[in-house]
Design a protein around this ligand. Sequence first.
Ligand code: RP5
Length: 159
Amino acid sequence: MQKVAIIMGSKSDLPVMQDAIDILKEFNIDVEVDIVSAHRTPEKLFDFSKNAHTRGINVIIAGAGGAAHLPGMVASLSPLPVIGVPVKSSNSIDGWDSVLSILQMPGGVPVATVALNGAKNAGILAAQIIGASNKTVLNTIINYKEGLKTKVIESSKNL
Ligand code: RP5
């Protein structure tokens, strides 16, 4: 069973990160959810990042706000693909701080950064990464995209 770990810097990120949990559950992909703070629990961050791939995790989604170091630090320690979700949090000036903290990674340490509060897309991207080597998940994504197309076509009929 393929598994995605969804971590966030604070419980206050959960309302945003819930979108990633929901879409992955809709896709029948196993998720594990935890709070891991780069600044407040650095030892937990280290343990999580060093061991995630040995525990059957395939993709990591990491969300944080403000001085959002969590996704980048996880990516520096883990061999797994890391998707970063910039969160517009209470300590974020306008969201740009979170976006740029996650986006502007140095060469060699990629973080696939989604839009501000874009946890749903993070979940879909995680599923697509798994779907590249899993036919069942790939078919789920194909059906999901067909559904998006159908919705647009239907909505244009009702104008
Ligand atoms: C970040 O600080 C967290 O990811 C969160 O987005 C933000 C605020 O955290 P709390 O003060 O609400 O715990 O590290």
